[in-house]
Design a protein around this ligand. Sequence first.
Ligand SMILES: *[C@@H]1O[C@H](CO)[C@@H](O)[C@H](O)[C@H]1NC(C)=O
Ligand SMILES: *[C@@H]1O[C@H](CO)[C@@H](O)[C@H](O)[C@H]1NC(C)=O
Length: 209
Amino acid sequence: MLPILFLIPLLLSTTSHASVQDFCVADTTASDTPAGFPCKPEANVTSSDFVYTGLSVPGKIIDLINAAVTPAFVTQFPGLNGLGLSALRLDLGPGGVVPLHSHPGATELLIVKSGHITAGFVSSANSVYIATVKTGELMIFPQGLLHFQVAAGKKGAVAFAFFSSPNPGLQILDFALFASNFSTPLIAKTTFLDPELIKKLKGVLGGSG
Ligand SMILES: *[C@@H]1O[C@H](CO)[C@@H](O)[C@H](O)[C@H]1NC(C)=O
Ligand SMILES: *[C@@H]1O[C@H](CO)[C@@H](O)[C@H](O)[C@H]1NC(C)=O
């Protein structure tokens, strides 16, 4: 009998302690930190903090890539803060592409909703893994690795992706090089690319320097 009596206060303290850690809806008026946003006061939390409707409609297509990437990361969906996951919607027009990019903070799981997508990533050992996935099929892109998605065939495609972090980050290789102020001589020096090609791509993507 005695050991059970000892257990009761322990159980009570464990359950009440757990309830205060159920969630930590982001206070997005504060700054994000490596540990996430601070929590909005629980009295201010409502059901709508746990719902995000922004992925229910196609995103706005960017002409250059004929694709729309619509994130539901913590800044768009504060309820994800501290919960270790997030999502996005990908709309690819015919021939649309998500150029070579990486998510420094998360592994990605892609689920195709309609159409066919050719996707791939390059490992740290420089092995290239490419597959064409169709409706209902899944593909993973391990954390931090460069990867891409392209609409396969003549039609567009729609997919959703899920990430192992509320804030996966997104770095697009061509934008880092040709949409930034990274100086052309240094890009040429550090990538072995031809300066004329660098200037041409900067003209298209808006880079300077
Ligand atoms: C919480 O709600 C109170 C009262 O409506 C408001 O004054 C306060 O700014 C809110 N705080 C946050 C972080 O949303
Ligand atoms: C590029 O621009 C940023 C501000 O946008 C500035 O802080 C940085 O020093 C610039 N870098 C170079 C190499 O010009």
